[in-house]
Design a protein around this ligand. Sequence first.
Ligand code: SF4
Length: 326
Amino acid sequence: MSKRIVSGMRPTGRLHLGHYHGVLDNWVKLQEEYRCFFFAADWHSLTTEYADTSGIRESTREMVLDWLAFGLDPDRCTIFEQSLVPHHSELCLILGMITPVAWLERNPTYKEMQDNLEHKDLSTFGFLGYPVLMASDIIIYKATRVPVGHDQLPHLEITREIARRFNHLYGPVFPEPEALLTETPKLLGLDGRKMSKSYGNSIYLSDNADETRKKIMSMVTDTQRVRRADPGDPERCVAFNLHRLYVPQEKLDEIVPACKSAGIGCVECKKVLAEYVVDNLAPFRSRRDDLAADPDLVEDVLSDGSRKAQEESGSTLAEVREALKF
Ligand code: SF4
């Protein structure tokens, strides 16, 4: 069987640099090597946003525009929308019948998210059962690998257990997907916390050059460097996270000693950084503007990709029904 990857993103709107360096950049590389299925996980949005669904469609469009502008190619991978492929929900129902509730309750994210989002009522069947939907999303394409970080390994383990249980009960239909561990830099936001839309500390892929410059100039640096004459330490500097990703090594070799000897000020240093970031992102951003000018593009890509996904998921479901003797 060909090497297959399945991965999805919940549509939360425009993507920021944390998404790019944490996920999207990796997807773009994977599409060259694997048969890839990448999807907008709009049903997953319902698990926490069921009370207000008004932003999901627009968020999906913005997110997929970012995917396309930053390198996902519909000719190299299948890009689709989860809710346009109803087979996921049929498999989810079947897998729900064989998944012990205890497996879901011990999911570490379940309690953690309930605590983090305590202003929302997450005591729903759908929220408890979202790992079953996730398992359906993955195994319906007979994925062999799933790109995950260390913190997501417990989720993948539930998927593997569900696939194993199905195969044990009804016969071998699903491969147990393996983790494709990806080391990704945890990108810090402008204020030094994790970059996140909810903290308002993000640089978006769709920001223009001036917005990007302004945000970078506001970034926290080494807080122990109070005066210009104080020596700094890049290891304590939030902005330096971005230097590592965008500034060429020969320039870093100048900046690091200059910072440590107070030979360069933070304002000047962040100006240098901002120009590298802006130059690096410029071609992608201009492509995004071009793509955004076509109002039908995202819908066309998603409906075309969803049709292709449906062919694959439909043939797996035929095997599932056969195995169940339906
Ligand atoms: S000089 Fe540059 S690396 Fe050093 S603390 Fe300031 S911004 Fe950070």
